[in-house]
Design a protein around this ligand. Structure first.
Ligand code: FDP
Length: 344
């Protein structure tokens, strides 16, 4: 008789929760105060609260537009507002932050005077891809953390307008078929998936590495007629048949930046949102979208630029400035830059 199969298999892998991962990461720094762990922990709490609302979106009457637009001219939906407030309220009182900035607000978000000011700065896009909410498509929260540059007291615009290479952490939370928390503190990129039965994020994607070259391009090609002819030539090249070179590329465009970049991180390839004749700087926001995603993709071995200059080296001039974005596999971004420079 064959041996009876055990009804349950016991995994020998250790469970690594997000919290434990953050604490173990911080313990590498002997002078760490625990501030940073506290900050990321609060962020994960905000994520769970937003997720709870996102999963209820079709059930309660929370979908639908409010009657205002945000500072970037986009329609603001109720879930955007909920996410925006939730992140702020989860982060305002921990004593970790001196100031925040959200894509949904024109001005800085100050820490209430009755709470202590800390040494970090948080920038966030509360619900990226919100145009997709009604269609039940993956959306997400993107965040970026800097160390303050002013000495003390309430944070100022100087603390916020720092180039991306100064980020100390960045991450995104994906609200998709499952919820994922992906983050970097400059020591690789790690992804955690929420186990809803226990309410914990468990390490599911350790040390994510993006392929050096991929076979997918991701862009809103509907705008091609407004692009620079060199950009148009690049897209024609991507579609040409050349088996040895892995062409034609496949086109995948969700229209949620955070989801398109997440797929690019896992499968490789390139995402781009170029400038065009209507919007010379493109659509995406340097401080809330490009910088955090560039930090993550670089940490995974990829590349990000505005077509010419490395994203993380760009000096920001205003909170909501837009910037073209070319991001993904190192070789793919380099090829796009070569086309833009007229070298191909
Ligand atoms: P959304 O306006 O739905 O929040 O920058 C915001 C963004 O979505 C990105 O997430 C998305 O990739 C992009 O805009 C989509 O822009 P297009 O509709 O022009 O493709």
């Amino acid at each position: 008789m064959p041996p009876m199969e055990s009804p349950r298999t016991v995994s020998v892998q250790k469970f690594m929760t997000l919290e434990r991962h953050i604490i173990e990461g911080e313990s590498r720094h002997p002078d760490a105060t625990g501030d940073f762990s506290g900050l990321l922990h609060s962020m994960s709490l905000a994520a769970k609260l937003v997720w709870r609302e996102v999963t209820k979106a079709g059930l309660v009457n929370i979908l639908g537009k409010t009657d205002r637009t945000n500072t970037s001219g986009d329609e603001v939906k109720k879930l955007d507002e909920f996410a925006d407030e939730t992140v702020f309220r989860a982060m305002d009182h921990g004593g970790h932050l001196c100031v925040m900035a959200s894509e949904e607000h024109e001005d800085l978000l100050h820490i209430p005077a009755n709470y202590p000011a800390g040494k970090y700065v948080l920038l966030y896009d509360p619900l990226d891809g919100s145009g997709n909410i009604d269609a039940n498509v993956t959306i997400g929260t993107i965040f970026s953390v800097y160390r303050r540059v002013t000495a003390a007291g309430p944070g100022t615009i100087q603390d916020v307008l720092q180039p991306g290479f100064r980020q100390v952490a960045a991450g995104y939370i994906l609200f998709g078929s499952s919820m994922m928390f992906v983050y970097t503190t400059g020591h690789g990129v790690h992804g955690f998936t929420l186990d809803p039965t226990v309410g914990e994020f468990l390490l599911s994607h350790e040390n994510i590495r993006i392929p050096k070259r991929g076979h997918i391009y991701s862009t809103n090609e509907g705008n091609v007629g407004r692009w620079d002819p060199r950009m148009q030539a690049y897209v024609r090249w991507l579609k040409e048949e050349d088996k040895a070179d892995g062409r034609p590329y496949s086109l995948r465009y969700i229209g949620s930046l955070v989801a398109d970049v997440h797929r690019t991180l896992l499968y490789g390839g390139v995402y781009f949102y170029p400038g065009d004749t209507k919007n010379p700087d493109g659509k995406l926001r340097l401080m809330y979208e490009n910088n955090p995603l560039a930090f993550i993709v670089e940490q995974a071995g990829g590349k990000s630029s505005n077509g010419v200059i490395r994203t993380l080296d760009l000096m920001p001039t205003s909170l909501h400035q837009r910037m073209p974005l070319y991001i993904g596999s190192e070789e793919d971004v380099t090829i796009a830059e070569e086309f833009l420079a007229g070298k191909r």
